[in-house]
Design a protein around this ligand. Structure first.
Ligand SMILES: Nc1ncnc2c1ncn2[C@@H]1O[C@H](COP(=O)(O)OP(=O)(O)O)[C@@H](O)[C@H]1O
Ligand SMILES: [Mg+2]
Length: 252
């Protein structure tokens, strides 16, 4: 088990009103190597859940254990190291730096970590970019790449410090369906190397490609569907039909 979330709640204060409870007593465990997606309507708390379990924000109550360690027991410095080394994050927008080449965007956080030689980091960046199909644009900048390519670079950036888990907040949300399919193929390959992946998506087609789908409504996980790992893209249609039926009932 890589993540154990117990009785997790998160509230945001609202002026002159009761605080808004955005996460309500969530229990969740994620096993090592799982590929999980989180669905649910806009505003149901998906992003807040992701940010809270990845240590980016603090819960109001409850605990998050990452690889056996309770995040609330960690100092600010330990949390920063955890976020830098053990967790990779991919957002809807790639948010790459414009005055750096794409490969420099990938290597930057590893250079800052100062744990390895630049040579070693560069080699790993090249390898990752090759695997992601963006090595031919490594020395270009963000103005010279498509949205799908930029997102592939941001996945390389998330992987450079060899994290154990990758979180994605609608990582295909800004892409056309072809680019989204490429990104999912890449995530699937990354998952096959043993990394745990947790993706927020509102796209049933994306969720259908993951091993397990959690469904959030109003701050709670109200349903979950285990599909098993997708081992061949020929299974996609059948999986999509299953998920569509499941969602029809949930969203009724
Ligand atoms: N920093 C914040 N301050 C106040 N309210 C917030 C904050 N972040 C999120 N919320 C509220 O929490 C609810 C859930 O938001 P969010 O987690 O972004 O949902 P989702 O990702 O499912 O669309 C929304 O009502 C949103 O307005
Ligand atoms: Mg969101």
């Amino acid at each position: 088990m890589i993540l154990k979330v117990s009785n997790l709640s998160k509230s945001f204060p609202i002026e002159n009103m009761e605080p808004q409870q955005v996460l309500k007593n969530i229990d969740l465990t994620i096993d090592n190597g799982e590929f999980v997606s989180i669905m649910g309507a806009s505003g149901s708390g998906k992003s807040t859940l992701l940010y809270t379990i990845s240590g980016m924000t603090q819960p109001t109550s409850g605990t998050v254990e990452f690889a056996g360690e309770n995040l609330s027991n960690l100092s600010e410095e330990e949390l920063t190291n955890l976020r830098l080394g053990k967790i990779g994050f991919v957002f809807q927008q790639a948010n790459l730096l414009k005055n750096f080449s794409l490969i420099d965007n990938v290597t930057l956080s590893a250079y800052l970590g100062k744990k390895e030689s630049k040579l070693k980091i560069d080699q790993r960046a090249k390898q990752l970019m090759k695997q992601a199909g963006v090595s031919e644009i490594a020395t270009k900048d963000i103005t010279q790449a498509s949205g799908g390519q930029l997102q592939r670079v941001s996945i390389c950036r998330a992987l450079i410090n060899q994290p154990e888990i990758i979180f994605g907040d609608e990582p295909t949300g800004a892409l056309n369906s072809n680019s989204a399919a490429d990104i999912m193929k890449l995530f699937n390959e990354v998952n096959q190397t043993g990394k745990t992946i947790l993706l927020v998506t509102h796209d049933a087609k994306i969720a259908s490609q993951t091993e397990r789908i959690l469904y959030m409504s109003d701050g709670e996980i109200i349903a979950e569907r285990y599909l098993g790992k997708m081992t061949d893209s020929s299974q996609l249609k059948e999986r999509e039909e299953k998920v569509a039926e499941w969602l029809k009932v949930l969203e009724f």
